[in-house]
Design a protein around this ligand. Sequence first.
Ligand code: APR
Length: 202
Amino acid sequence: MRDAVRLSLGEGSTILFMVGDITKQDTDAIVNAANSSLMGGGGVDGAIHRAGGAAILDACKQIVAERGPLPAGQAVSTTGGKLPAGFVIHTVGPVWHGGSQQEPQALASCYRESLRVADQLQLVSVAFPSISTGVYGYPVTKAAPVAVGTCAENLPQCRRVREVRFILFDEQTFDAYVGAAEKLLHETGQAKSRYSIEKIQI
Ligand code: APR
């Protein structure tokens, strides 16, 4: 059993926050914080390719051959290979340059586009890592409200997707995301009275 936090958005849409390893998730898809080459790398990207096996890289090569490198903010899907998740949705987060180069817009686009791809695939549950807050240097306290706010806005509009899970690799990142969820709940207050947040064991 693990401590987790659940943000309910009403009408069956939920966002779950927990510390963990995204490669172990049994959601319908997991999202990869990739780079534009889609050829793998370190961090969560390396972990996903290692755990999922060569089928993921083969599919990525085919995508790049067909459409070229993937720009920041966009998302594409491949098989999950040997992962418990059936699909990997690869998205490219922005590199942090201080915040004046449209980084929040690009980061929001990553979450929006990944959810759109998942919905097109008719998936119900999607796990996200904390995109851009590792190698790409996006401060986690700035990234968390963008990540949580974008998912809270877009998840209820999905036709099929009902559950977003944020799988955070360390306690500090988990705390930043839960803090962002609590702030969102507080700020939306009356307007979104159907929102609620609770600690659960999973
Ligand atoms: N599960 C969940 N989260 C993970 C895992 C994992 N197995 N491994 C790492 N993380 C976390 C990191 O601790 C960080 O909080 O994912 C978050 C994102 O960090 P990065 O993987 O470095 O991703 P990002 O900052 O978006 O940088 C992308 O890194 O490896 C390269 O190819 C990738 O060039 C791209 C760049």
